[in-house]
Each structure stands twice: as C-alpha cells, then as structure tokens.
Design a protein around this ligand. Structure first.
Ligand SMILES: [Zn+2]
Length: 194
C-alpha cells in the first residue's frame, strides 16, 4: 500500500514536472516564434515603409565601376549610361499582376502596380511614382528638352516622364523594363542593396 501510494505520488510528481517541462518548452517555443515573427515584421515594416515612400532611406553612393561589376551589361547600359531599350523588348511591359516595381540596381521600390497602365509605347508605363523615390533632371539629348528621371537612392536612370499620361496625374513615366524588377504582391520585397 505504502509503496503504491508513494509510487502514485511519484507518478503525479513526475507528471507535474513533465507538464511544467512541456509548458516551459511551449513557452520558450512561443517566445522564440514571437521573436522570429517580430523580426520578420521588422523587415516587412521596413519594406512596407519603403514601398509607401516615406523617404526613409540613405542615398547609396557607388562608383560606375562598382555598378558595372554588379549588374548585367544590358542593365548597366540603361541604368548608368542612360541607355534606352528597344520598345516592346521588356516582358515587364505586359506585366499585369499586382505588385511592386523596384529599381533593378538598388532595389528601392519605385512604382506600385496600381499606377501602371498600357501606354501603347512598348515600354512599361506608369502615371505615378512612389512619392520621393524618383528624382528628375532636364535632358537635351534629343534636342527637345525632356525630363529624365532616376532612382532617388542610387541615381540609376529609369526613363523619361511626359505630360501626356492618363488621369489622375496626367503624367506618363516611360520606363525601361531593364531598369526595374517586378515583385509580385505577397512576395517579400528584396532588402535594399548596399
Ligand atoms: Zn536604385
């Protein structure tokens, strides 16, 4: 009897300890999961902030030689030698999914798919850029003045902006597809290149 009771107590004690162990393990597991979640959220928040265009990024200073090393030759020619791709050559011209178009050099989000439209020019076109994420300058390459625009973070050339776009802005951002990369909605935006 005595031994049975004692073993019963031991068993209850053992079960209690086990339960505590399981709870501790669960608790720690939850904590680790919560921490991983919050770290992931941190990354997402940074990407989401960048996507909204609150201008919270530092300019990225890199020499053309560095970019030449990092980028494929065709992308480099557009982004850092102000080249223009052949119209109709970019698969991004026909890209109709929801998502974000990021600078192909530094990955700063430049356009949201909600601002994309078919301009019929053969180049991906947008009526609006993400606020503060593109800079502009006058360009006299074709004699008639045009407004060149580029990534506000790395300076990579994107295209030209014209005043014949659709409402609500009336702007047409005529972009080289090679200067952009498309990130479908639901995919994590790439970390900004450093
Ligand atoms: Zn860039």
């Amino acid at each position: 009897m005595r031994d049975e009771r004692s073993s019963g107590i031991d068993r209850r004690h053992f079960l209690a300890l086990s339960a505590a162990g399981v709870l501790t393990a669960l608790g720690l597991g939850r904590f680790a999961a919560a921490r991983a979640e919050s770290e992931r959220e941190g990354a997402d928040v940074a990407s989401a902030k960048a996507a909204k265009g609150d201008g919270s990024f530092e300019p990225l200073e890199k020499s053309k030689a560095e970019w030449r090393e990092m980028l494929p030759a065709d992308r480099f020619a557009i982004l850092f030698q102000e080249g223009t791709e052949r119209p109709g050559s970019s698969p991004l011209d026909g890209e109709k999914r929801e998502g974000t178009f990021v600078c192909a050099a530094c990955f700063l989000p430049l356009f949201d798919s909600s601002a994309k439209y078919d301009s019929g020019t053969g180049w991906p076109s947008f009526f609006e850029a993400i606020p503060n994420h593109v800079g502009t300058k006058r360009d006299f390459k074709l004699l008639l003045p045009r407004t060149e625009y580029h990534c506000a973070r790395c300076g990579g050339h994107q295209g030209h902006v014209f005043d014949d776009g659709p409402p609500p802005t009336g702007k047409r951002y005529c972009n080289n597809g090679l200067a952009l990369e498309f990130v479908p909605a639901g995919d994590v935006l790439p970390a900004l290149r450093t």
